[in-house]
Design a protein around this ligand. Structure first.
Ligand code: DX5
Ligand code: ZN
Length: 212
């Protein structure tokens, strides 16, 4: 299973944390962006992210927890290390418009769903996606407890992909540790996002290996 590491709950300074993730075996750096509207907290701006990742080698898995995600697409597309750009289904009146906008850039497109959002809502969009990000906590902050009720969504998404020959990866974000990663893997996920469990420890590599 692939692992994307989120650094929001870091215990060391930003520079040290990013360098440690960059030197680890993590597949991606998961980059959370919050606007203070879609979720109460705010993080960095795209310009700040651009600067922050200038000397980073890892690919980025960007998770926009923002209203009007269309506003950020152009700027993220200019950064050369972004692989996935993910918007929230709940954050835009016509998510398909933003999906199409991202599809016109070299970036891969992801769609995130909150714990209370059902897979049935996004079925018409699945054919267009490179990633479905299943939230296993309420978006907005790190360090929350994993919500087990979302596990069936992973199974449903896997079945729908097989039945229809879709190509998205299934990624799960929130409350991932060695135990919850096992549940998610057994349900069929391809990738997990892990924050606190990795970056609140000294030995990132040991933590990453325990969730693969
Ligand atoms: C939650 C963020 C997550 C979070 C993960 O709103 O989208 O990416 O930082 O952190 P942990 O693993 O601590 O739940
Ligand atoms: Zn995230």
């Amino acid at each position: 299973m692939k692992v994307a590491v989120s650094f929001l709950s870091m215990k060391e300074d930003l520079e040290t944390t990013l360098k440690k993730i960059d030197e680890s075996s993590a597949d991606y750096i998961h980059c959370d962006m919050m606007d203070g509207i879609f979720v109460p907290n705010t993080t960095y701006t795209v310009a700040e992210y651009k600067k922050m990742f200038k000397n980073i080698n890892k690919k980025l898995d960007v998770h926009m927890m923002c209203c009007s995600p269309n506003k950020y697409v152009k700027e993220f597309a200019k950064m050369n290390n972004v692989e996935y750009l993910t918007l929230h289904y709940e954050a835009h009146r016509r998510p398909i418009d933003v999906i199409n906008m991202i599809k016109h850039t070299p970036l891969k497109v992801g769609l995130a769903i909150n714990p209370e959002t059902k897979v049935s809502h996004i079925v018409p969009l699945l054919r267009s996606l490179d990633q479905v990000l299943v939230m296993s906590v309420k978006p907005g902050k790190g360090g929350q407890e994993f919500i087990k009720d979302i596990l069936y969504k992973i199974e449903t998404l896997k079945e729908l992909r097989e039945e229809n020959n879709y190509h998205y990866i299934i990624s799960v974000d929130g409350g991932i540790n060695d135990k919850t990663a096992k549940l998610v893997k057994d349900a069929g996920a391809d990738m997990v996002v892990s924050g606190s469990y990795v970056v609140k420890n000294d030995d990132y590599e040991k933590q990453i290996e325990s969730i693969r």
